[in-house]
Design a protein around this ligand. Sequence first.
Ligand SMILES: *[C@@H]1O[C@H](CO)[C@@H](O)[C@H](O)[C@H]1NC(C)=O
Ligand SMILES: *[C@@H]1O[C@H](CO)[C@@H](O)[C@H](O)[C@H]1NC(C)=O
Ligand SMILES: *[C@@H]1O[C@H](CO)[C@@H](O)[C@H](O)[C@H]1NC(C)=O
Ligand SMILES: *[C@@H]1O[C@H](CO)[C@@H](O)[C@H](O)[C@H]1NC(C)=O
Ligand SMILES: *[C@@H]1O[C@H](CO)[C@@H](O)[C@H](O)[C@H]1NC(C)=O
Ligand SMILES: *[C@@H]1O[C@H](CO)[C@@H](O)[C@H](O)[C@H]1NC(C)=O
Ligand SMILES: *[C@@H]1O[C@H](CO)[C@@H](O)[C@H](O)[C@H]1NC(C)=O
Ligand SMILES: *[C@@H]1O[C@H](CO)[C@@H](O)[C@H](O)[C@H]1NC(C)=O
Length: 410
Amino acid sequence: MGKRQQMVPGTWGVKCSFHSLAALLVTALVIGVIYLTGESGRLIEEPTTVKDNNESTSQCNLFSGKWVFDNTSYPLYKDHECTFMSDQLACEKFGRKDLSYQNWRWQPHQCDLPRFNATAFLERLRDKRLVFVGDSLNRGQWVSMVCLVDSSIPPKRKSLHFNGSLITFKAKDYNASIEFYWAPLLVDSNSDDPTNHRLPDRIVRVQAIEKHAWHWTDADILVFDSYLWWRRPKMKVLWGSFESSDGISIYKEVEMLRVYEMALKTWSDWLEIHVNRTKTKLFFVSMSPTHERGEEWGKAKGQNCYNETEAISKEGYWGTGSDPKMMRIVEAAIDELKTRGLTVEMINITQLSEYRKDGHPSIYRKQWEPLTEEQSSNPSSYADCIHWCLPGVPDVWNELLYAYIFHYSS
Ligand SMILES: *[C@@H]1O[C@H](CO)[C@@H](O)[C@H](O)[C@H]1NC(C)=O
Ligand SMILES: *[C@@H]1O[C@H](CO)[C@@H](O)[C@H](O)[C@H]1NC(C)=O
Ligand SMILES: *[C@@H]1O[C@H](CO)[C@@H](O)[C@H](O)[C@H]1NC(C)=O
Ligand SMILES: *[C@@H]1O[C@H](CO)[C@@H](O)[C@H](O)[C@H]1NC(C)=O
Ligand SMILES: *[C@@H]1O[C@H](CO)[C@@H](O)[C@H](O)[C@H]1NC(C)=O
Ligand SMILES: *[C@@H]1O[C@H](CO)[C@@H](O)[C@H](O)[C@H]1NC(C)=O
Ligand SMILES: *[C@@H]1O[C@H](CO)[C@@H](O)[C@H](O)[C@H]1NC(C)=O
Ligand SMILES: *[C@@H]1O[C@H](CO)[C@@H](O)[C@H](O)[C@H]1NC(C)=O
């Protein structure tokens, strides 16, 4: 098929499945809790080039900087050594030969990022819940976080548990859990099924969030994202319920930006009322850029991130895949929450990820089956230029989150 295919972010379905986890899901439904074994106790390499940051780091803008090739410290873990790696993101396993995408360190202009210390992090999470809430990009960040701590936990001292929209990773010796909750639009929508959510129409119940929120309101650290599923000019908004058959449900097509604003208002109101502000730390990960249009960085039209092996070096590069208007709406919602006494930190990954056109899986990933030869030879239709290879860019997002958890909030 010659037609350019729109990758649907976050599907567990045919286009970009999350195969190993989906397989585990089936198992998990049968036996409930599964315990996974892995290679034991290999500690992450000691830092070499990255030093810890100092007091003035808290004044430093961590998001303004550049990528530096550093194959002594990176990757922070190995693809095949992470017990919980997702086949959708395991690019090396699925044949990617140029591996330099694993070797880049983010260097802020004014300071250094602290080195990720898995033991210190798990200690910080003792008796706590860290919950990622959002779409497949956030799920990728969750996988990265689990891989970052995995090698510091002996086999049998960790577990993975699937229950509907919630996946729970537990480090038993710490009574710590690192979870992912599927809610790609944050509020209720017709895409809320964790496996079967590829629907032609996108409908949101813009005033309803409690069905999702009660699963995570009491978490100690909450990390939200919601962007890619909104990328269309208009959304269908539903007032009433999905179940209602009495004809009182009202649908209306509304301009997307307006609906995004309304959804974030619902989200804000929920947080304001339900979150215990002395207990819960809140983060919002800004939009993850895509690299589907090669002409934006000087390639021929019709080409995409496939074959890219280097980062973009032009400072301030910004592609059309990232909508600054949406970012401003998130900022406004966060500012408004601040006036109500609630602090949400934005983890501003957009600009730094814009540079990394080399970081996507393209054809090196597994769907339900690995790509066929025919599909692999047609990257303009089959390359995934939305998600990110692991180890890779999302590990840096987690290093930023780590920096905030340790150094920015007391
Ligand atoms: C995100 O970081 C980039 C790079 O420092 C900056 O240009 C942009 O204004 C930031 N955006 C927000 C919303 O903070
Ligand atoms: C790191 O990269 C340099 C330059 O490409 C190369 O010479 C060296 O062998 C690499 N080291 C490792 C550990 O891969
Ligand atoms: C702390 O970081 C700042 C900014 O990078 C630097 O100017 C300063 O010398 C550092 N101080 C120490 C004690 O390392
Ligand atoms: C990592 O953190 C642990 C626990 O806080 C500490 O004992 C260890 O020295 C740290 N490792 C490094 C390399 O900083
Ligand atoms: C284990 O962690 C949970 C939060 O995830 C907490 O509610 C519970 O009290 C902890 N258990 C113990 C024994 O501290
Ligand atoms: C799954 O979650 C529901 C709440 O959504 C809970 O009532 C149920 O006990 C959980 N099941 C398992 C097996 O943990
Ligand atoms: C909020 O959390 C703090 C710290 O965990 C706790 O001491 C306090 O009782 C909580 N407040 C409410 C209203 O639950
Ligand atoms: C990808 O790179 C290879 C080797 O450099 C080249 O032969 C091939 O034509 C490139 N394909 C595309 C679609 O750019």
